[in-house]
Design a protein around this ligand. Structure first.
Ligand code: UDP
Length: 248
C-alpha cells in the first residue's frame, strides 16, 4: 500500500520533502529543477527528477546490500522515494578520487590527477555563506557535529566511496568525485540521506571520458538529459526496470 502524501516539510533546490501518515517516514519528491552557482543558474529539465530518483534508488540499494545505513525505504514510483525521516546535518561531505572542479581552482593539483587515498572535504551547507570549506575545529565550534561524529562520517564515507566506485567500474563508469549528506535517525544513528545522482556526482565514461553529469549543465553544453538517461540505463538491470516500471 502506498503511503499518504501529507504536508510539505521542506523544499530544497531540486527535491521536496513531504510528511506521510507515519511520523518516522517522509516522501522525497525529486523535481526537474536544476541549479548551479548557488542557485544563480536555474532551469527545469523534463524528467530529470524521474531519472535522478531511480539512479539514487539503485545506489541506495547497492549500499544497503553492502551493510551501509541509508534513509532509503523504497521507490514508490519514479520521482517519489519513501525514506526514513532524518534530522539532517548541514555538512556537504565531498570525496574526490580524481582531481576536477573547484579543487583545481583552489589548489595546485593537475587536472585528472589520481587522488589515492581519496580526499574527503567537508563544506558548510549554507547558501548565505556560500558553502565554505570547514575543518574539524570550525565544525565542532559551530555545533555541527562532535569529533567522534566527524570521524564516523569520514569512515562511512570511505566505505560508500569504495562500494560505489567498484559498482560503477563494473558498468564502465569512472567516479571522480561526489557529495553526500548525512542525518540522524530517531535512534541517533548517523544515516546517509539526500541523493546520489548526476546532480551531485561526477561520472565519466571509462572508455571515452564522456562527461555524464551536471558539469554539462554548469558549462552550458547540450545533451544534459541524454547523459542522465544514459547513466540510468547503464546502472539499472532488467529487474530494476520492471520493478519500478522505468521508461527510457
Ligand atoms: N557538489 C554538489 N553540491 C555542491 C557542491 C558540490 O553536489 O553544492 C558535488 C559536485 O557535483 C561534484 C563534487 O561535489 O561531484 C565536487 O564539487 P566541486 O567542489 O568540484 O565543485 P564544482 O566544481 O562542482 O562547483
Amino acid at each position: 500500500m502506498n503511503p499518504k502524501m501529507g504536508n510539505l516539510i521542506y523544499a530544497g533546490k531540486a527535491k521536496t520533502v513531504y510528511e506521510t501518515d507515519d511520523p518516522e517516514q517522509v516522501i522525497v519528491k525529486f523535481r526537474d529543477d536544476i541549479t548551479a552557482g548557488d542557485g544563480v543558474k536555474t532551469e527545469s529539465l523534463v524528467r530529470k527528477g524521474y531519472y535522478n530518483s531511480v539512479i539514487s534508488a539503485k545506489f541506495f540499494e547497492v549500499l544497503e546490500d553492502a551493510g551501509i545505513k541509508t534513509q532509503y525505504l523504497r521507490l514508490i514510483k519514479p520521482g517519489y522515494m519513501l525514506c526514513k525521516k532524518l534530522n539532517m546535518i548541514p555538512l556537504e561531505v565531498i570525496t574526490r578520487n580524481i582531481a576536477a572542479g573547484s579543487l583545481l581552482k583552489k589548489f595546485p593539483f593537475t587536472e585528472k590527477q589520481e587522488l589515492e587515498p581519496p580526499i574527503i572535504q567537508m563544506d558548510y551547507k549554507n547558501d548565505e555563506y556560500h558553502d565554505p570549506m570547514l575543518n574539524d575545529s570550525i565544525s565542532i565550534a559551530l555545533g555541527l557535529a562532535t569529533k567522534e561524529e566527524l570521524d564516523s562520517i569520514r569512515s562511512i564515507t570511505l566505505e560508500i566511496n569504495s562500494v560505489i566506485k567498484e559498482f560503477l567500474l563494473s558498468k564502465s563508469i569512472l567516479f571522480p568525485d561526489f557529495k553526500i549528506e548525512y542525518g540522524f535517525d530517531t535512534d541517533e544513528n548517523i544515516v546517509l540521506g539526500d541523493e546520489i545522482s548526476p546532480d551531485t556526482c561526477r561520472f565519466w565514461d571509462a572508455e571515452t571520458s564522456e562527461v555524464l553529469d551536471k558539469d554539462l549543465f554548469r558549462k552550458g553544453e547540450e545533451g544534459v538529459m541524454d547523459a542522465y538517461m544514459k547513466v540510468a540505463s547503464l546502472l539499472l538491470d532488467e529487474e530494476d526496470i520492471a520493478k519500478w516500471n522505468v521508461e527510457f
